[in-house]
Design a protein around this ligand. Structure first.
Ligand code: COA
Length: 196
């Protein structure tokens, strides 16, 4: 038993020495100062980036309501736990002035960044905002030296899959009955950063 405990402690030491997140003084969302604040879309419209905090939760709920036909797959409590309490989460929000345009939620997993959600308000879809968010996260992933970005997407969501394919994500496998409620299958997708 003693041997097992000592093995456990040495394993934890190794993980702490090698893990940037555990070594870092800053949580994932506070390590993003290098990202520019202002962006111009292909149509010339100017938007700006904000890093998610508690004050953004109502805007994230609103973008979800608009993007998912009135539904909010991530509710207030889940968002609060993720944004405020987790050291591993990063939310990127795009605004046009004070108008919330889009958001992307992600989680740092040492060798991988997992996208937990992405949605663009319908009035802003098809203007390159989804691509912008994924390109920003790819820049973050390279800075963090992770080897991949992963996500799950509904098998019926061909629009989102077209976006991910365009940016180099590959389908890895199907997760059967993945979504609560309707039991729809998910496609597990991965962007291998060594190949970008
Ligand atoms: C999926 C989503 C995030 C895409 O965001 P977006 O800002 O519209 O995407 P972009 O304008 O950057 O488009 C990028 C690519 O997506 C694909 N795409 C966008 N709109 C499309 C449409 N109506 N039909 C098919 N493909 C489409 C295309 O490949 C497009 O590339 P192209 O412009 O070179 O043809 C957005 O439609 C959305 O929020 N949908 C609702 C929420 C959702 O489904 N989220 C995904 C959860 S996994």
């Amino acid at each position: 038993m003693k041997e097992l405990i000592s093995h456990f402690h040495s394993l934890m030491d190794t993980i702490q020495k090698e893990s940037p997140i555990l070594n870092s003084k800053h949580s994932f969302s506070k390590r993003t100062d290098y990202l520019p604040e202002r962006y111009e879309l292909a149509n010339g419209q100017e938007v700006h980036l904000e890093i998610g905090q508690r004050a953004h939760i109502s805007d994230i709920l609103e973008i979800q309501r608009q993007g998912y036909e009135g539904k909010t797959p991530w509710g207030f409590v889940a968002l609060e736990n993720d944004i405020v309490k987790s050291q591993k989460s990063l939310y990127l929000l795009i605004y046009n002035g004070t108008e919330p345009v889009a958001f992307l939620g992600s989680r740092f997993e040492i060798t991988d960044i997992h996208i937990t959600n992405i949605a663009v308000a319908p009035a802003w879809q098809g203007k390159g905002v989804g691509s912008l968010l994924l390109e920003l996260l790819t820049a973050v992933a390279k800075e963090e030296k992770v080897s991949s970005i992963t996500l799950e997407v509904r098998i019926s969501n061909s629009k989102a899959q077209a976006l991910y394919n365009k940016l180099g994500f590959k389908a890895i496998r199907i997760k059967r009955n993945y979504y609560h409620g309707d039991g729809e299958d998910a496609v597990d997708m991965k962007l291998n950063l060594a190949k970008v």
